[in-house]
Write a protein of this length. Structure first.
Length: 393
């Protein structure tokens, strides 16, 4: 689950990270009100940022500066009228514009191979970090947090020195780096990213000083951990969530859309991966990963087929069920019900083995389904069916 920037900032702030103050606005008037509040506190300019779960906001005109109420109102209205990568802007974040001296990159991610949290840093923040990692991997500094003790002080200091930070900023960097790891652990995150982590000039009675601030934040949460993170799940932005993904989650189905033409309904993640491999070997491309899970009854099978057929690219469906807890006859009844309710005809190839497989075959034969004995045969038939007109219902 991805969080909007304003939610991500709040999570970082809750862990003690230096996040500048901000306000959320949904209209040009609210943008002007927030700007007036900051200007009254001595802020010279504000930054107004579109809140959408896609990258490239700045290039699309979704990030603007304003130094007066009129400029802020105009900028807010312009940004709220945008659609960025197909997503309409409904909210903007208003914050003081920082006097940036230098921009860094810092993130914490799950390294599944090492089974540890990996801290990644670069002296080149504020740009497409993927390009830096691909073209100059030596510019990325990496360290694994301790599996029990978290990120240790000396590890963070070593990164700070590698980034060329002066001694008076290193203590702040250590606090931020450890805070990222603490955020990962506190909220079951897959990723916590600050880009840029900026060295900013801050006025003070003794004269301007430099400090580190988190000027942008990106956080993604492990979906599997959401049952124990109800407060975080409440932050989900349903307006920007794909309808099919939302329906799959509500039906308890593990679903990932791909770019092929062969829809897949399978029980078990490993079997689903094997099914996708065999579709490719047969010359086709899977349209999705879909695992209906063990013990799936007819209603879940019907929901799975509905999800798949919502993708207009699907030209055929391959159903591959290994009956253990799942009963083959239940799957067959679900397929029949789903076919009767579907809004468009696509050929379906069904392979069911295991519990009540014989009953399933009889039910499907009476309903004129295409069946297969082996998975290889099913994959070949599904690919061939996708290249032919759909059979009559």
């Amino acid at each position: 689950m991805k969080l909007q920037e304003h939610h991500a900032r709040r999570l970082l702030g809750a862990q003690g990270l230096p996040v500048p103050p901000f306000r959320l606005a949904t209209s040009a008037d609210e943008v002007a009100d927030a700007t007036a509040e900051f200007l009254s506190e001595g802020v010279e300019r504000v930054v107004i940022k579109a809140q959408v779960l896609v990258g490239g906001r700045g290039k699309a005109g979704g990030v603007r500066l304003a130094g007066t109420l009129a400029e802020a109102r105009e900028a807010g209205a312009a940004i709220l009228a945008l659609t960025i990568k197909g997503i309409p802007v409904r909210r903007v974040l208003v914050a003081p514009a920082a006097r940036i001296e230098r921009e860094l990159y810092l993130s914490a991610v799950i390294d599944r191979t090492a089974r540890r949290i990996l801290l990644i840093a670069s002296a080149e923040g504020g740009i497409e970090i993927e390009e830096v990692a691909a073209s100059r991997p030596e510019a990325m500094l990496r360290v694994h947090a301790h599996p029990h003790l978290g990120l240790l002080d000396f590890q963070a200091r070593r990164i700070a020195m590698g980034l060329g930070l002066p001694r008076d900023l290193q203590r702040g960097f250590v606090r931020i780096a450890k805070g990222l790891v603490a955020t990962m652990l506190a909220y079951d995150c897959d990723l916590v990213e600050i880009n840029p982590l900026a060295v900013v000039e801050v006025p003070s009675p003794e004269g301007n000083r430099l400090e580190l601030q988190c000027l942008d934040a990106k956080v993604t949460i492990d979906d599997s951990a959401l049952p124990r993170q109800p407060d975080v799940e409440a932050l989900r932005d349903l307006d920007e969530e794909d309808r099919t993904d939302r329906a799959a989650r509500e039906d308890g189905i593990n679903y990932i859309r791909l770019e092929g033409t062969i829809g897949c309904i399978v029980n078990g993640a490993g079997l689903a991966m094997t099914t996708m491999d065999l579709i490719k070997r047969a010359g086709g491309e899977p349209a999705n990963f879909l695992d209906i899970g063990g013990g799936a009854r007819a209603d879940r099978v019907e929901a799975a087929l509905r999800l798949i057929l919502a993708d207009p690219a699907v030209e055929a469906v391959l159903v591959n069920i290994f009956g253990g807890i799942t009963r083959g006859d239940e799957v067959a009844h679900g397929l029949i019900a789903a076919r009767q309710a579907q809004v468009r005809d696509v050929p379906m190839v069904v392979r069911i083995v295991g519990t009540n497989a014989d009953e399933a075959h009889a039910i499907l034969a009476d309903a004129n389904f295409i069946t297969a004995e082996s998975l290889d045969e099913a994959a070949v038939r599904a690919v061939a069916a996708a290249r032919q007109p759909a059979p009559a219902r």
